[in-house]
Design a protein around this ligand. Structure first.
Ligand code: GLY
Length: 419
């Protein structure tokens, strides 16, 4: 039987996890990552913003499916570009990807279809937004409408913080800027991520990301300092509410709007007093959630993706490993602000064979692996309990070293109060 060939778009830990998962059934020679990184086998330097270049690569290498990791390519219309061509692309089209790429589009969609979410107002100028802030007590979230690589969301506790956020947006985008001011819900965050073919959503296990840099959820927001899965204290009752108040109305909306949505759908949830609220959609897998979700998935990823693309997701039963997975992210000192790159990563050969290493900001140079980004390495371990998974992951993290390396010491230790 002819094996399928997949090209994954992206270069981080999420893409390493995707490639690793595909390679289990397709083998590494049939799994290409564009552009990939220093630790993903079969990585290729391709300009992924240039869809014609991606197409040429795929035709030359007989790739039959593209799996898109990050949001940029989806928002730029990679699915639309390949529409009607011989290469299948897993992901929502440009219009559907607006659920992530436009916060205003997403909020209007949530409102229209009765998805539980925080109250909000839409603004088109900084001046109008400032007037509203003056009338509010200060507990609010300001969201730039477009994609901003994690830098467009400001969680504010005071009017001063809110004004500072608006000044930053004005410097970046000018006085006329589309944004949302949302009521702040202070609760516990959950990431719920699923596959969809536009008719059915099949969920992976729950996961919890740790977005802030420092222990105790202090310091600036980052792309994610660690994650674990599943979250054992989510009750069946809460899960039922998530289905009824968020997932089912979302699916109804996708269907009613006739969206061409065949890909991942990510529900970024906040739970307060056992009530779930949708903070955001992402049109892709989460990072670092993917690094703990895919090792737990027993199914063949190609088969699921193919079922989504041919409207047959209903026929797939997702199955999961018993136990827990924990991911500790090793980052460059100074991240998420300025940091140096190019330091050799020591100790990778000491890692236990049962530990999974997913590279993020790394590069191979003269047979050495060197740092090449803010988030550098993900250390993923499995345990019968969450504590066992965490203990192993921290033990392994301490074997690795590079200049200015930093990681959080309290991943998985958060006490969720509102489930
Ligand atoms: N873990 C958050 C995200 O992927 O956006």
């Amino acid at each position: 039987m002819k094996l399928s060939k997949v090209a994954i778009i992206g270069s981080g830990g999420r893409e390493h996890a995707l490639a690793w998962k595909f390679a289990q059934t397709l083998s590494w020679e049939n799994v290409f990552t564009l552009p990939g990184n220093g630790g993903i086998p079969n990585s290729h330097t391709v300009n992924v913003d240039d869809f014609e270049e991606v197409e040429r690569f795929c035709i030359y290498n007989s790739v039959d499916m593209i799996f898109v990791g990050p949001e940029q390519a989806l928002a730029a219309g990679i699915v639309d570009f390949f529409n009607g061509k011989d290469i299948k692309v897993f992901g929502p089209d440009k219009q559907s990807a607006k659920l992530e790429a436009s916060k205003i589009f997403a909020k209007k969609f949530m409102q229209k279809y009765g998805v539980a979410t925080a109250g909000f107002e839409i603004f088109n100028t900084i001046n109008d937004a400032k007037q509203t802030i003056a009338e509010k007590s200060g507990n609010l979230v300001i969201k730039f409408d477009g994609l901003a690589a994690g830098k467009g969301v400001f969680v504010c506790s005071t009017s001063e913080e809110a004004n500072k956020a608006l000044n930053e947006l004005e410097i970046a985008y000018g006085e006329k800027v589309d944004l949302i001011i949302e009521d702040k819900i202070a609760g516990d965050e959950i990431s719920i991520i699923g596959f969809t073919d536009g008719h059915t959503i099949k969920l992976l296990q729950s996961a919890q990301d740790h977005k802030q840099l420092l222990d105790g959820d202090q310091g600036p927001n980052t792309g994610g300092m660690g994650a674990y899965s599943p979250i054992s204290d989510i009750s069946d009752e809460l899960m039922q509410k998530i289905h009824n108040k968020i997932i089912i109305p979302t699916l109804k909306g996708i269907h009613s709007e006739k969206m061409n949505y065949k890909g991942m759908i990510y529900f970024g949830l906040m739970v307060k007093d056992t009530e779930p609220y949708l903070l955001e959609y992402n049109a892709r897998f989460g990072d670092p959630e993917t690094e703990v979700l895919l090792p737990a998935l027993k199914n063949d990823l190609y088969e699921i993706a193919d079922a989504c693309l041919s409207n047959k997701l209903e026929t797939i039963n997702l199955e999961f490993e018993e136990g827990y997975f924990a991911d500790i992210v090793l980052v460059s000192g100074g991240y998420p602000k300025t940091y140096e790159k190019g330091f050799e990563i020591i100790g990778l050969e000491e890692i236990d064979k049962n530990t999974i290493i997913f590279h993020a900001g790394t590069k191979k140079e003269a047979n050495k692996i060197i740092t090449n980004g803010g988030r550098v390495i993900n250390i993923v371990c499995k345990g019968k309990t969450l504590n066992e998974a965490l203990e192993k992951a921290y033990y392994e993290a301490n074997k690795i070293n590079f200049k200015n390396m930093f990681f959080r010491k309290d991943i998985g230790k958060r006490k969720n109060k509102y489930f």
